[in-house]
Ligand binder design. Structure first.
Ligand SMILES: NC(=O)c1ccc[n+]([C@@H]2O[C@H](COP(=O)([O-])OP(=O)(O)OC[C@H]3O[C@@H](n4cnc5c(N)ncnc54)[C@H](OP(=O)(O)O)[C@@H]3O)[C@@H](O)[C@H]2O)c1
Length: 438
């Protein structure tokens, strides 16, 4: 075993040589002098593994021991740190990480899905074995938000985190606004330029952001990672009409990840939200990530930058390796795993927020007054109401209406919308989007 106190090189095995793994290998090679100086010992790659040895990865791999079966790396005597860059919540990545910890090796991973599903058990076994599990790259790619939150803000009780954690969704929503295209066209274009996967469900459905949020929430609130406690709604419900109306009203639609202390009933939710244009989160462009946190002593702190890609993600992975070489070791989620408390589900959210409602009122007399009357019965006041007739709107045709309410509770909105739908005054389903401010 090596650390800066022993002076021995830190020996690294990298499993997975795709976008991130090849990037890590390049970075460790190209910056080796700077890294050795900062780490206090040389960082030496001794072993690599991927599925296909013959594949050109844009980096030389001949000088390292090659493992056809990466699980053997967990047993190798000349590996101190196993770097897992395979991906996936289960399967080989999970077994590799578990075996490496059991063998007393440190682990660095960029795998948010693995930690979102198995973070608690991984933290428990790592802490029992006194080894580190670094996962800076798993949340917001190159942005050092794990260290920022876990170490830099360790003195604070965190009240709230509001973040943009998925670059694909941010890119797609940006295209919908800039190019005035439908959701489907924007996803296709994002796929063409490499910002969306062939199967974009994990990103578009909000699940990737939920994985990341569950990790941030654990660190922020001292709760166990619990994906089931995250309310998740993706951006596929956002229509071109919503993007246009939001813009007219002074907002931009973003996929937002929120973790809130909420008076002790911790809330975790990922969903599209209208963000006021005067807030910095509204201006996070393209595939960028941004995380805004409120701590009781520090106030508001913002982190932002590239949330993915070979170089930013490799930068975060290697920073974790440097920490290990320096002998810096903390509980995986900041609080010892045995002291993390269970995270509850998001159903107890009683926070107040304005809501945007887009409805198509049916061609009948009195539909608008019935709708506003139902909102009033639920103590929901209207801040703005605009009618959006089609250019060729004919008298008696259905009428699209946009309503922005004053701050109200999610439960009141849900009940009012159910009643409005039941009143037979709508043509089609309404779209309801929360307005999110810091
Ligand atoms: N890409 C990003 O920008 C980014 C950002 C943040 C976090 N991450 C996370 O980083 C991890 C890796 O992502 P990536 O984009 O680099 O993925 P990727 O390009 O698909 O690379 C995956 C690598 O894993 C290898 N692999 C698959 N099964 C294996 C096995 N059984 N044994 C050994 N190697 C195996 C593949 O081998 P072959 O090359 O031979 O097929 C490939 O080299 C994921 O957890 C991802 O969520 C990625």
């Amino acid at each position: 075993m090596s650390d800066s106190a022993s002076g021995n090189p830190l020996r690294i095995g990298i499993a997975g040589l795709g976008t991130v793994g090849a990037g890590v290998l390049k970075l460790l090679t190209q910056q080796q002098d700077i890294l050795a100086a900062r780490a206090g010992v040389p960082l030496v790659v001794t072993a690599v593994s991927a599925r296909n040895r013959q594949q050109d990865r844009g980096v030389e791999i001949d000088g390292y021991a090659w493992y056809d079966n990466c699980l053997d790396m967990a047993e190798a005597d000349d590996v101190d740190v196993v770097v897992e860059l395979i991906g996936g919540a289960d399967g080989t990545a999970k077994v590799l990480v578990e075996n490496a910890i059991a063998a007393g090796k440190h682990v660095v991973t960029a795998n948010k899905a693995l930690l979102a599903y198995h973070g608690q058990s991984i933290a428990e076994s790592a802490e029992a074995k006194a080894v580190a599990v670094g996962f800076e790259a798993a949340v917001a790619g190159g942005v050092p938000v794990i260290k920022g939150l876990r170490d830099g803000l360790a003195a604070n009780q965190v009240e709230r985190i509001v973040a943009i954690l998925n670059g694909t969704c941010n890119f797609v929503l940006g295209l919908m606004e800039e190019e005035e295209v439908s959701f489907e066209d924007a996803v296709r274009e994002a796929q063409d330029v490499g910002f969306a996967e062939a199967d974009p469900t994990t990103d578009i459905g909000g699940f990737d952001a939920a994985h990341k949020l569950s990790l941030l929430a654990s660190i922020a609130f001292g709760t166990q990672v619990n994906l089931d406690a995250v309310l998740v709604k993706g951006i596929d419900s956002v229509a071109a009409e919503d993007i246009e109306a939001a813009k007219e009203l002074g907002y931009r639609i973003k996929l937002i990840a929120v973790a809130d202390r909420n008076g002790g009933h911790i809330i975790q939710r990922v969903h599209p939200a209208l963000v006021p244009l005067e807030q910095p989160l509204a201006h996070v462009g393209g595939p960028g990530n941004s995380i805004v946190m409120q701590g009781d002593w520090v106030g508001t702190v913002e982190f932002g930058g590239p949330g993915a890609g070979e170089k930013p993600t490799a930068s975060a992975v290697v920073a974790d390796i440097v920490d290990i070489a320096r002998g810096f070791q903390v509980p995986v989620f900041g609080t010892p795993a045995a002291q993390l408390t269970p995270a509850k589900s998001a159903s107890e959210d009683n926070s107040l927020a304005p809501y945007y409602l887009r409805m198509e009122l049916a061609d009948k007399k009195g539909t608008a007054s019935t709708m506003t009357g139902i909102l009033a019965e639920h103590d929901i006041s209207i801040e703005t109401m605009i009618q959006k007739p089609e250019e060729d709107h004919e008298l008696g045709a259905n009428m699209p209406v946009i309503v922005v309410t004053y701050a109200t509770r999610d439960t009141a909105i849900a009940k009012a919308i159910a009643e409005i739908e039941g009143a037979g005054i709508l043509a089609g389903s309404p779209n309801v989007i929360r307005v999110e401010s810091l």
